[in-house]
Each structure stands twice: as C-alpha cells, then as structure tokens.
Design a protein around this ligand. Sequence first.
Ligand code: GLY
Length: 405
Amino acid sequence: MGSGATDVVVVGAGVIGLSIAWRCAQRGLAVTVLDPAPGSGATWTAAGMLAPATELHYEGRPLLALTLDSAARYPGFVAELADATGVDVGYRRCGTLQAAWDAADLAALRDLHAFQSSLGIESELLTSRQLRAAEPALAAGLPGGLWAADDHQIDNRMLHGALRRAAGGAGVREVTARVGGWLRRGQQVVGVRTESGDRFEAGTVVLAAGAWSAAVAELPAQTGPSTPAGLQVPAGLQASAGLPAEVVPPVRPVKGQTLRLRGPSDLLNHVVRGAVRGSPVYVVPRGDGSLVIGASSEEAGFDLGPRAGAVYELLRDAQLLLPVLGEVRFDEVSTGLRPGSPDNLPMIGGTVVDGLLVATGHYRNGILLAPLTADAVAGLITGEDPGIDLTACDPRRFSRSEVSA
Ligand code: GLY
C-alpha cells in the first residue's frame, strides 16, 4: 500500500469521518480516510434515530442548538447523497411516540413537554386513547404519551454505504489501515503513519475515530516504538507515537447494545420509545419490516461482548410496550461504543496543535450530528462559513494548557 501527500487525512471512516471526507472532497480537496474496519463501530450498532426532542435532557440546551441545526440539514444531505449514489438511505420522516409506562412516567413526560415548549420545540401530549390510535400495536392500558412529530430516523447502515460510495465518487481515497503514529514538523501535525509504516502527509489531519479517538491520539501504549525499524523519515519530519496530552480528546466508550428483529412492514408506523420502570427502550421500525431495539448503556471500557442481561432487559421492556414483538423473528444483537464526552457535547474544531482538527465525542447523537459536523469541519478547512456556532463544542475547552514550543 502506498504512502502519499494529500490535503486532508481523516482518521476514522464511520459516518462522521466519511461525511467530513465527502464534504471536503466536494470542495475540491484531496482526501484520504484511514480506518482498519470502516463503519464497524457505533455507526453499525446505532439505531439511526434523528431525535433532537426525545433525546433532549434538561442539561442539554447547548446540544439542542446543534441537534436542531443538524436535523434541519438532513433533508438536503440525503437528497445530495441520493443524487450522487442512487442509494435510498431510508430517511423516514415518521415522528416519534414516547409512551408513558405509568402515572409517574406520564408526569415526567408532562414536565418534558413543558421544557420542550419553553425551548420552542413542538411536541404534543397524548391521552391513552390517542396513543393507542396512533400506534395500535402498543399495549393496552398505557396512561398516555408524547408525540414528537419532528423526531425522525435514518437507516444508519445504508447511510454508511452511501457515504462510502459518494466519497469514493468524489475522489476520496479509503485506506484500510490502523494509525500507528503521528507525523510532526515542529509542533505541527503534518500527517499519520500506519502500523505497517506507510506515511500519509497532509495539510490537515482530522481525528474522527469515535470512542477510539483518545486511544488513537495517545498511541504509545498500543504501538511501542514510535519509529518502526526500517521506516525512513524525511529530514525535518518527526514520527512520534502519541500526541501531547493537551490535544487528546477526553472521549470515553459508553457501551450500547441494539437488537434487530423482523416483522411485517406495517407493524409500526413511528419510532416508539418508553421508560419501563425507569429503564429506557426504543423501537425503530424501518420501512422493510426490520425493527431496531435499543439501547443499553454501560460504562464497561472497550468490552464489546454482548451481555445477556442487557439483551433480556431490552426484549422484556420492548415487549411490555409492544406485546406483538414476542412473535417476530430475532435477527441480531450488535454491540457498539458511543464516544462519550465529559459534558455530553461533541468536540468539533481545531486544537492547540496546528494541523490537527478533531470531530468526536458525539455520544448519543453521532448519526444526527453528521451533516452539521461535516459542514463545520469542511468550513474550518476551506475557510468557508457554514453558519454554525461551534463555541460550545470547541475541543480546546478541555485543553489543560497551550502547547509550548
Ligand atoms: N441515540 C440513542 C442511543 O445512543 O442509544
């Protein structure tokens, strides 16, 4: 595999990395994307909910501005993808029903509705009868719910496939390789090298490796010597293993499991969510009858093993909301790692090291935030103004100090 010089290297070929690569290539930049297993991380496990309203948490106002902006970019984003690839990525403007489990849960939904209204987000409280009329497969006797008409969904796996095709069509070079070190010139990041020693120099490197972003930035523990035997490094270029601590994004893996079932294509018309005895669960119906149930949430390091208890709890709670799920086919359990950040906001933008941008920490909203992240990063690189206020997600908010020469 060859090395090379390029305008932009993107580390990570999940939905975030590929969206960035595609947008950059559309603007005439030469782009190389590196990933040992493109799209196998959170991109693969996600359910594809595009849910600014029902993923809203009380501390989440700064995030809401980003999620609403990105949701508004989605129709154009998928239309452009369809034009470029001919692929329908399953963007369904189906809305979301949040079912209350009991009276206490209904009271919590009323509070959430009031909070949403105070922020200008449309949602509607439903009686028990209205809830059941909207989704007849719901269990009888649920006390009511909330209708979020603008919380939609996309088939994240189809999206990834289409992005790969669109990026390739726009000239993006995809390299299946693991980053093994960073190329520096003075304090500046000027590229990466792979574990096998190939070098990719670039004007800008974008770190978009999801839950692995900190590990890729740190590297020494994983890769041993910074310069493998036999690697020729040109004069003026230093090959280092890890980056300075100031630019290691404080991303942690938050394990999530999703289940895939298959039933009749008309089983559900909307995304259905609920919190059964306080335990959150959602069911996302694709147009073809497949149903994605999610999602557990555990702080378990990089463990990717499916946990039987999480599968049991998801199936139990989903079936309590939608009894018919007990009769449909079980297809798959998938485990992924959300890239969590200390304040639940992503890190998008420049760092204290020249040449290095990061786009990570998207936590529960990576699929939703892809269009915004891609436009923002492409804008930072080209100098175009994408009209996005990135203040809240400036990666430098976590830098301990400026890097000295
Ligand atoms: N966005 C849903 C989840 O992270 O489970």
